[in-house]
Design a protein around this ligand. Structure first.
Ligand code: ADP
Ligand code: MG
Length: 468
């Protein structure tokens, strides 16, 4: 770990910052660590507060608004007297970021192409998502038609705002537009998260001018999942100006989100009102006919791919289109599973087998799963009492079951993190996040854990114990 500032400035530092940073890495995940936590240095430690350094104001604001509580919490674990964190901006001249150093060395032209490449890397339009393989039904017809219109004629509807729940085809439609327009126009396709990331990166490497130029030079700007755009003022400011500059010069803007513009949180009013000023269209959950159509299409596609006929019976096709109603992604996933089964066992599954293969996709949202029932089932499974689960004891044999129950509550109910925290003896929402992340990781590494979670999920969702 490179503590550039600490080296010069040590003054009564007893805290081991490297340890705190690695704890934060575990708690907040590698991505947050790499983007933010790593960039913080410990400058000085006082009786009840500490002074940290970051290279820019923007980084300071970002960290303060999102991670300050959690950082403080971890520091307190090592020194409970600390009640406050102060930040100092120290420009990181002796930069430890190799890319930055390299960027400064190369000449201007190369510099531009470096930036361009780094954007282009994320500007990948998926060639498999096109208009010609987007199936149309009453639930998505308007969104589809608006997308086609926009592709034919710049500024017809500007901006075009497409919204709808997960897996309903927003990314597919946006890609189709990008694919179509890319033939004759300069298209930039980027997710809102990536936009924010590039924005921050450009600030850090003093490349804001190029960032602006790059975005303002496109004929078509497509931004996916705008609900994730939740940056601080500076970024929203930049986004707003880019947006206006593009509209002024007649570029087309297409945006997708999981909700209508007025329901977006943490986005400036004036940006929302700009979104509402264009054409706003939604995609609904697929209706029965569209579900059948998609199943049919998928089976044909897979038949062509494997060059053998897939005899998925009418009964099973009807069963799937009748039961999997939430979104297209799950529908496609269900067919893939049935087909994989048939290839592994060399026979088509029966209806009973299909139900087992698709168990976790069926009825998931319809069952009324309560936190109480999850706790009861998990306690029984791990043979601990509910009091033990809800206690503050941190013995290992209690911690895992507790984390498992929290994890299952998160994925099987629609409760918010604070609500879940309250039901688990008023635990803080950061503890809830930590539990969910821990189990997520363990599940990947540890087959037994994965197995237990699946068993529990099945008991909670399908067994009578749920009605206790
Ligand atoms: P979203 O971005 O709304 O979450 P996606 O566009 O990623 O959803 O769609 C999920 C999956 O379903 C993708 O594989 C996509 O190609 C497919 N899909 C969605 N809608 C349709 C449709 N109308 N026709 C064909 N495939 C679709
Ligand atoms: Mg998407």
């Amino acid at each position: 770990m490179n503590n550039t500032f600490t080296n010069k400035n040590i003054n009564k530092v007893n805290l081991d910052w490297t340890i705190i940073q690695s704890e934060l890495k575990l708690k907040l995940g590698t991505e947050v660590y790499e983007s933010w936590i790593k960039k913080i240095d410990l400058v000085e430690e006082f009786n009840n507060y500490i002074l940290l350094a970051v290279p820019t104001r923007f980084i300071r604001d970002w960290i303060t608004s999102r991670y300050l509580d959690q950082i403080l919490q971890n520091i307190k674990k090592h020194k409970k007297e600390i009640i406050r964190i102060e930040f100092k901006i120290i420009e990181n001249k002796k930069n430890n970021n190799e890319k930055f150093v390299n960027l400064n060395k190369i000449n201007n032209d190369e510099n531009v192409s470096f930036i361009k490449d780094s954007y282009l890397k994320y500007n990948r339009i998926d060639p498999n998502k096109r208009f010609d393989n987007f199936l149309i039904g009453s639930s998505n017809k308007i969104a589809f038609e608006a997308s086609c219109k926009v592709s034919e004629n710049i500024s017809y509807y500007n901006p075009l705002y497409v919204y709808g729940g997960v897996g309903l085809g927003k990314t597919h439609l946006l890609n189709s537009i990008g694919h179509e327009m890319n033939k004759s126009k300069k298209v930039m396709y980027i997710s809102a998260e990536r936009f924010m990331y590039q924005f921050v990166k450009s600030i850090k490497s003093n490349d804001m001018v190029k960032f602006k130029e790059y975005f303002r030079n496109t004929d078509v700007l497509i931004i996916d999942d705008i609900q994730f755009m939740n940056g601080k003022e500076a970024m929203q400011e930049e986004f707003f100006h880019t947006f206006n500059a593009l509209l002024d010069k007649g570029s087309q803007i297409i945006v997708s989100a999981d909700r209508p513009p007025n329901k977006l949180t943490r986005i400036q009013e004036r940006i929302k009102s700009r979104f509402s000023g264009g054409l706003v269209v939604d995609i609904q959950r697929p209706e029965y006919e569209l579900r059948k159509k998609i199943i049919n299409y998928k089976i044909n596609e897979l038949t062509n791919l494997y060059s053998d006929k897939l005899n998925i019976s009418e009964e099973i096709q009807n069963f799937i289109s009748g039961k999997i109603t939430s979104n297209v992604r799950e529908l496609v996933g269900a067919i893939n599973r049935v087909v994989s089964f048939s290839r592994i066992y060399n026979k088509m599954p029966s209806l009973a087998e299909t139900k087992i293969i698709l168990k976790d996709l069926l009825n998931l949202s319809e069952k009324n799963v309560t936190i109480d029932s999850i706790q009861t089932i998990v306690c029984k499974f791990f043979k601990i009492s509910k009091n033990e689960m809800l206690s503050s004891r941190r013995s290992r044999y209690l911690v895992r079951p507790r984390q498992t129950a929290i994890y299952l509550t998160k994925i099987l109910t629609t409760k918010s993190l604070p609500e879940i925290g309250r039901e688990f003896s008023n635990r803080d929402h950061t503890t809830i996040i930590h539990s969910v992340k821990t189990i997520d990781k363990l599940k990947e590494k540890n087959p037994e854990m994965n197995n237990n979670i699946n068993k529990l999920k099945n008991i909670i969702l399908y067994s009578k114990e749920n009605e206790i």
